[in-house]
Design a protein around this ligand. Structure first.
Ligand SMILES: Cc1ncc(COP(=O)(O)O)c(C=O)c1O
Length: 476
């Protein structure tokens, strides 16, 4: 078996390629990159932990787990070991070839989640591709049906099809998506801002009637599937209320529509359980996975009920879609999540953090709502608790203050009203699940300092923030 010594290159050359960069190189890359690059150049993650260092040596506690992905920490040693061992054996095969990691991963994912989700398709792209696979499978299984229902402020990917299925963000993207006629949107059960203006205690889930209305009156063609995040992530960290998913499932069964869960963000411990399906106990017909599945390596998967037909050789083919390295990573990542009981860790720590945040809510008027579950936390900032006007500029300013102080947070997706962005006022706290108590404590201290500072912003300050946001929105 080949070792890990370079043959043509020498070790110092490789070291330089990976860990040293000049100002001039950075500047040139920033000019040439077609996609915007953030300011911090990240170079070293804490082994199995929540901290990451940038090229200036500054360390950050990352409360984003890099797009809520590194559940078992940066550079998790077990995942790295499995990857390195697999790399010595085989790094690339064409899509049709099984490899040992692929066989094991199909079997591992089959039946890992509740319900009859025993059929598996794996890709190297992530969640959007898994959702497109779900759409294809629904259309194969219900010939002639090409319409999908998706939720307000749902997010399902950046391909032209999944963009069409998602919330439109006109100041962040110039693409509404292709095939818009195939998607019909229904209101998500966002209880803090109820789409029908009711209170949860007395609403009897009236919003489900709107979903039924969309099925009966919103489409002129048969509906193949209903795609929903059981707990909305990019839309604002919004859990569906008790009974809602069961109601959706009933509607799907009544009208012969496949229920497709987008669990891109909500699996492998993040929500204090292995999945949102575990948490709610309502099983879908299909489930799309990605993010923590690969422990930092690119992978997505579609799980489907046993009775679905299969794809042909080419319907899911991509050049790199059978990459055995990412599959080795996923096999190790699943074991780490289970053996470390990261779901239990997220549940316990998540409860402590949300309790603390609710205390802060008692002291700071701008905290309108605190939502979980687990380490899937959103803190909604408002200008006024009565009107619930989103405190967009304050949330953006808080991110800036926090990163200066060495903590990375993020916010939800925006909306555009009267040509200006709004919403984007839910601060997300979703660190790696292995974050230490001390790191979490420090991150919360920084969060509180940020809340204090942004509570004091004037209208003038907010105007300046909005101007800066707009200037950065569409790159030249
Ligand atoms: C809920 C949800 N679904 C789907 C996706 C798309 O996944 P990917 O970016 O891997 O295509 C994302 C990505 O952020 C997501 O958060």
């Amino acid at each position: 078996m080949a070792g890990f010594q370079p043959e043509l290159l020498d070790e110092t050359e490789v070291e330089a390629l990976l860990s040293r960069v000049s100002e001039e190189e950075v500047e040139r890359a920033r000019e040439r990159s077609l996609t915007p690059l953030k300011e911090q150049i990240l170079v070293q993650g804490e082994t199995g932990g929540a901290a990451v260092r940038d090229s200036t040596g500054k360390e950050y506690i990352d409360c984003t787990a890099q797009a809520w992905t590194l559940n078992s920490g940066y550079c998790n040693p077990d995942i790295l070991y499995a990857v390195a061992e697999q790399m010595k054996r085989l790094t690339h095969v064409r899509y049709g070839y099984p490899t040992i990691p692929r066989i094991k991963l199909i079997n591992r994912l089959s039946g890992l989640f509740p319900g009859d989700l025993h059929k598996v398709a794996i890709n190297n792209e992530g969640g959007g591709f898994a959702l497109e696979a779900a759409m294809k499978l629904a259309m194969i299984s219900k010939p002639g049906a090409t319409t999908f229902l998706t939720a307000w402020r749902g997010y399902h990917g950046a391909s032209l099809a999944t963009l069409a299925a998602s919330h439109y963000m006109p100041y962040l993207t110039r693409f509404p998506g292709y095939g818009l006629g195939h998607y019909v949107k229904f209101p998500y059960p966002y209880c803090y801002r109820c789409p029908v203006g009711l209170q949860r205690s007395t609403c009897s889930l009236a919003c489900l009637q709107l979903v039924e209305g969309a099925i009966r009156y919103g489409v002129n063609t048969p509906v193949a599937g209903l795609i929903v995040e059981p707990i909305q992530g990019p839309g604002g960290m919004i859990p569906t209320p008790a009974g809602y998913l069961a109601g959706l499932k009933k509607l799907c069964q009544k009208y012969g529509i496949y229920l497709i869960y987008d669990e891109a963000q909500t699996t492998f411990g993040r929500v204090g359980a292995m999945s949102a399906t575990h948490l709610y106990g309502v099983t879908p017909d299909m489930m799309a996975l990605t993010k923590a599945l690969g422990g930092g390596f690119p992978i997505g998967a579609l799980l489907a009920r046993e009775d679905f037909k299969r794809f042909t050789d080419v319907e899911e083919h991509t050049t790199f879609g059978a990459n055995p390295v990412m599959m080795a990573a996923a096999l190790a990542s699943i074991e780490v999540v289970l053996r470390k009981d990261l779901a239990g860790r997220a549940r316990r720590l998540g409860e402590q953090v949300t309790t603390k945040l609710k205390e802060l809510q008692g002291r700071y008027e701008i905290i309108g709502d605190v939502r979980g579950p687990g380490l899937f936390i959103g803190v909604e900032l408002v200008e006024d608790r009565e009107t619930k006007q989103p405190a967009f500029e304050r949330a953006i300013a808080l991110l800036e203050i926090a990163i200066q102080m060495g903590v990375i947070f993020d916010v939800d997706m925006p909306e555009l009203t009267g040509g200006l962005p709004t919403r984007r006022n839910v601060v997300k706290i979703k660190p790696v699940l292995t974050i230490t108590d001390e790191q979490m404590e420090k991150a919360l201290q920084v969060f509180e300092i940020g809340i204090q500072k942004v509570s004091a912003l004037t209208e003038e300050d907010k105007g300046a923030i909005m101007q800066k946001v707009m200037a950065q929105a569409l790159p030249t």
